[in-house]
Every structure is written in structure tokens, then in C-alpha cells.
Design a protein. Structure first.
Length: 401
């Protein structure tokens, strides 16, 4: 039997995608415009977020190589044989399957579409040094362009269809938040509370999007000292009366991430904790008031810094105040050009989606110890920003049990 290096496996019929064919065509046209501006003949995208953004296919790498090759005439997903016909069914583009019977068949499939001796675009923030060596050896490019910054700029500006999906995700996050809050009781483990929120969100996603793929929705529930970091994992710690709690609900809909994060207390909140909580809520509300077109990420950050410094709290801030939303997850994607940090000068524009999420961490052993965080998602409009998070925040709503 002659075993091919790669082949097309168009098995079944195309599946419904989260967006229309016209949406993906417009995205590819935007990428081709970037290519023309930089003299790029072919682009190889290798990150989960960019492959999904331009093709609709969200892959599971599991140590294998995946790509999307875009030229002036073609857009082709390059996928591993283990996925069979799924990449073609779940993409708005063509697809080629490479076989694993000899090393570097992935690159042979890429070369089949991209060609040899051309100017090649790639993702400099994703392609490893070893893979870059293979690109150079296999494609022999006459020039190379890091296309990642321009692709990120395109993803930062959301289409109406993307905003509609993000809005639905925020509503699902609220549902998860209420399920988490209801499950927070003395003697219950963090993991038990987290499962209640995750199940509620996955059921709601399946109800709203009956033809979608279901994966990656998750919850972090943190209590006591576990609240000191925003991304601390769920544990088996048992909730106790007086605990500071952190609710983190993350529904994922076809690769699109939304988030709800809230501070709560179980049973009662002491005076020192209440003061920190109220201060962080005030910073949260002040920060949301600053989100409007024409404001720069750095300017907004400096103003919130000043707000906290005036209250002698800036030393307890641990990370930036917010970030973009779209195709991202806890293990792929990030639109770093739209983060509320001192070193980001991006100006907010209508159609951008950004969070406001100040956090204060008071070290263990001090009165009020713990991590305080509120998180809302806002869509930048022509004259301000629309908050699409509905779950309440603050002491009046979130002392539970």
C-alpha cells in the first residue's frame, strides 16, 4: 500500500459554525489586506485562536502540529490524521489531513499550499524556534514577516456577530454565578461548588446553542487564603463561616470566552474585610466610568492607580485592571494590545470588548486578609461603554449563607 504524506478527507457534510460564511470571508479578506500591505505571499497561522478566528476550527493539539495556510486564492486548515474529517466539517475553509508515518508531513502539507521561495508570514509569538527552523528548511522563504501583531489588531475589533456571541456568554456566566452562589454553604468543598456552576453553564450553553461544540467551560471557586491569586485552582478546602470567597465563572462558546468574577463572604464579613471590599468596589465602579472611546489603556490604568494610591491601597494591586475578550482561553489566546496596563497605549474604540477587574490582595496575617476582585465585561460604544454583566457585586448582595 502506498501511504500518502497528506490527503483531503471531506467526510460527511459541513457542520454549522458559530458564524456565517460571510463573517469568515470578511475576516480572511482582512488578513489578505494585511498580507498585501506587508508583501506577504502566504501566511501560516499556528495558534489555536488564530486558526479558529479565520477558519472556525478549534483544534486539540495534544502535542501535534496544526495550521491554517492562507494565500491570495486559498485558505486551508492543515490537521493531523487523528481528527479524521472533523477539521473539514468544522471549518469555513478547505482542509488537508497530514499522516504521521514519516516525520514532517505537516510541513510537506504546508508547502503544498504555501509554495517554496516566497515571502511567508507567521506568528512570532507562537511558533517555536524548532518549528521556525523547519519552516525555513521546508519553505525556503525569500522573506519572513511576523504577522501576529496585525492579526491581533484585527481580532481586537469585534464584529456585530462576535458581540452578540459575547453578550450571550455573559448571560450564561450570570447563570453560573447564581448556581455557584446557591451552592456556597458551610462544610461544602470548593470543588463541589465549582461543579454546580460548571454544570449550570454547560446546560445553558447546550440549550442556547444546540449545534455547537461543548468544551472548556470551567469554574474557579476559591476560599480563604486561596483567594489571594486570581488564577488559583480549585481545591478540596471546606468552606467555613466568615470565609472570604471568590466566584469565577468562565463559559466557553465555540472558543469565545466570557467571565464573571465576584467577591463574597460566608455568613458574615468583619470590619477590616468590609473596608477593603468596599474600597475595591469603589475602584471597580470608578474604572468602569473611565471606559469610553478615545481613552487609552495606559491613561485609564494611571487614573485607577491614583485612585488606589490616594487610599493607601496601591501596594495591594497585583495585576492589570482588565483585558480584551473574544477567542481566548486559560490555555490559548490573548489580545495583549488591549489590556489595562501602564505600558499599553491603545485607544479604546467602539466595538472593542474589555473587562474591568481591579483586585486587591491583603497578605495572610493582616486584618482583612484575602483577595478582593470584581469583574464586569463592557462593550465600548460610540459615547461610553455598555456593561453586559448582570450579576450583582458588593457587600449588599454577596454575603451568603
Amino acid at each position: 500500500m502506498t501511504r500518502p504524506e497528506f490527503f483531503r478527507f471531506h467526510n460527511g457534510v459541513k457542520a454549522p459554525l458559530p458564524f456565517s460564511q460571510a463573517e469568515y470571508d470578511a475576516r480572511l479578506m482582512g488578513l489578505r489586506t494585511i498580507m498585501d500591505a506587508h508583501g506577504v505571499a502566504a501566511v501560516l497561522l499556528t495558534s489555536m485562536h488564530n486558526i479558529a478566528y479565520y477558519s472556525g476550527f478549534l483544534h486539540c493539539a495534544f502535542g501535534r502540529s496544526y495550521g491554517l495556510v492562507v494565500t491570495a486564492a486559498e485558505a486551508v486548515v492543515i490537521s493531523a490524521g487523528i481528527d479524521a474529517g472533523q477539521p473539514w466539517r468544522r471549518s469555513a475553509t478547505d482542509a488537508i489531513t497530514y499522516t504521521d508515518w514519516q516525520r514532517d508531513n505537516f510541513w510537506r502539507a504546508v508547502r503544498h499550499v504555501a509554495g517554496n521561495g516566497r515571502v511567508i508570514g507567521y506568528e512570532g509569538d507562537h511558533l517555536t524556534l524548532s518549528q521556525l527552523d523547519k519552516l525555513r528548511g521546508c519553505l525556503e522563504p525569500t522573506g519572513e514577516v511576523d504577522i501576529a501583531p496585525q492579526a491581533m489588531q484585527q481580532r481586537m475589533r469585534k464584529s456585530p456577530a462576535e458581540i452578540a456571541l459575547i453578550r450571550a456568554g455573559a448571560e450564561v456566566a450570570d447563570i453560573g454565578g447564581y448556581a455557584i452562589k446557591d451552592a456556597m454553604k458551610e462544610g461544602v468543598r470548593e470543588i463541589d461548588v465549582a461543579m454546580a456552576g460548571r454544570d449550570a453553564m454547560e446546560l445553558e450553553i447546550a440549550r442556547r446553542f444546540p449545534e455547537a461544540e461543548y468544551r472548556d467551560t470551567w469554574v474557579w471557586v476559591q476560599s480563604g487564603i486561596n483567594t489571594d491569586g486570581a488564577h488559583n485552582p480549585v481545591t478540596g478546602r471546606v468552606l467555613e463561616r466568615g470565609d472570604i470567597l471568590s466566584l469565577n465563572a468562565f463559559p466557553m462558546i465555540s472558543g469565545y470566552y466570557t467571565a464573571l468574577e465576584r467577591t463574597l463572604f460566608l455568613g458574615h464579613v468583619d470590619a477590616a474585610s468590609l473596608a477593603y471590599w468596599q474600597a475595591n468596589v469603589a475602584a471597580h465602579e470608578y474604572g468602569m466610568s473611565l471606559l469610553k472611546p478615545g481613552a487609552s489603556c495606559a491613561e485609564i490604568t494611571r487614573k485607577i492607580n491614583d485612585f488606589l494610591e490616594d487610599r493607601d491601597l496601591l501596594q495591594y494591586r497585583s495585576f492589570g485592571y482588565g483585558h480584551s475578550f473574544g477567542l481566548l482561553s486559560h490555555y490559548y489566546g490573548r489580545e495583549a494590545g488591549l489590556e489595562l496596563r501602564e505600558d499599553i497605549e491603545t485607544m479604546l474604540e467602539p466595538g472593542m470588548v474589555i473587562s474591568m477587574e481591579p483586585m486587591l490582595t491583603i497578605p495572610e496575617g493582616q486584618p482583612g486578609a484575602g483577595g478582593y476582585r470584581e469583574h464586569d465585561i463592557l462593550i465600548v460604544t460610540e459615547d461610553g461603554a455598555e456593561n453586559i454583566t448582570g450579576f450583582p457585586y458588593g457587600p449588599a448582595a454577596n454575603v451568603v449563607g
